[in-house]
Write a protein that binds this ligand. Structure first.
Ligand code: SF4
Ligand code: SF4
Ligand code: SF4
Length: 291
């Protein structure tokens, strides 16, 4: 990369976690010139840039205006994080009970006008690359900016996790009959969280994050989106894939697993699995474009 490369970060409706992760990837400082990022730079508008990173979903008319305006000035546009790719946290506002709460609130006229639904950014502008994660790790930000030849993300989170899946017949394997929730407390080290009754979906989720959650004893909730083998398939295919893993390793009823996958805390991330196939005005997202 030339030292003169300029990049900007446009933040739509999200939480700024992606920006914080980018700031932790400080090695870009010597090789890119950051010209717009409201969180840290006072600049009125996005100038012409080589790379535009966009975080956050399109939730308001202001988001849409800013996105279209900035996209015209970028040579390459990267959708960063679950919110830009699938709506993420802002799409929780599409739930009926949240809408009711918002519409009942006072002072709502002082915020930008909400669009009917939260949309990912590729419903409106062309996206050159996708960087899923909530947030993507600093290492992933570096990889999307510099494309280092030695960076090889694993295909699925399980390959980066380091926990061992114990199969039927292994004397150490107990077969859970029910899910135990997300954070029960004590977690056995070295053993797959599924063997311990946790709903971990690392086997369907694309790698690259280095599995910080299951390493720390928390189930992977799929924030990196679908792995390459699932990315261009219907959502029913990954549902079945997760179901097969649980059937092989546990005696948890299939209906219980499926109901838990549809719970709000998991659905936030898992909705994006079906978004990769395109539809509803969005182009399909080929795996070659996804880091
Ligand atoms: S993807 Fe996650 S970290 Fe990034 S803006 Fe959305 S909620 Fe925040
Ligand atoms: S299912 Fe989860 S805990 Fe088990 S190996 Fe995969 S990522 Fe690790
Ligand atoms: S382990 Fe799963 S939830 Fe955690 S960062 Fe990686 S993909 Fe996201």
């Amino acid at each position: 990369m030339e030292e003169t490369n300029r990049f900007a970060v446009l933040q739509l409706s999200g939480c700024a976690g992606c920006e914080v992760s980018l700031l932790n990837a400080e090695a870009w400082v010597d090789r890119y010139r950051l010209v717009y990022m409201p969180l840290v730079i006072s600049a009125y508008d996005v100038p012409e840039v080589d790379v535009l990173l966009v975080s956050g979903g399109v939730r308001t008319d202001e988001d849409l205006y800013n996105l279209r305006r900035a996209a015209r000035r970028a040579q390459q546009l990267v959708a960063v994080g679950t919110c830009a790719i699938s709506g993420g946290v802002a799409s929780l506002g599409d739930r009926d009970e949240v809408r009711e709460l918002f519409l009942a609130g006072e002072g709502r006229r002082h915020v930008p006008r909400l669009l009917p639904r939260c949309r990912p950014i590729d419903a409106f502008v062309n996206v050159d690359r996708y960087l899923p994660g909530c947030p993507p790790t600093p290492e992933l930000f570096m990889a999307v900016l510099f494309n280092p030849p030695d960076f090889k993300p694993s295909k699925i989170v399980c390959q980066e996790c380091g926990r061992q899946k114990l199969q039927r017949g292994d004397p150490r394997a107990s077969r859970p009959t029910h899910l135990v929730g997300f954070q029960r407390g004590e977690v056995l080290p070295g053993i797959c969280l599924i063997n311990q009754g946790y709903l971990c979906i690392g086997s369907s989720t694309r790698g690259g994050c280095r599995a910080p959650c299951p390493r720390a004893g928390h189930p992977c909730v799929g924030c990196r989106g679908p792995s390459d083998v699932l990315i261009e398939k219907e959502s029913s295919v990954w549902f079945e894939s997760i179901g097969r893993v649980f059937a092989a390793m546990t005696d948890v009823p299939a209906g219980e697993v499926e109901a838990a996958l549809r719970s709000p805390q998991l659905a936030l991330f898992l909705f994006q699995f079906s978004d990769y196939a395109g539809g509803q005005g969005r182009p399909p997202r080929p795996k070659e474009k996804v880091l």
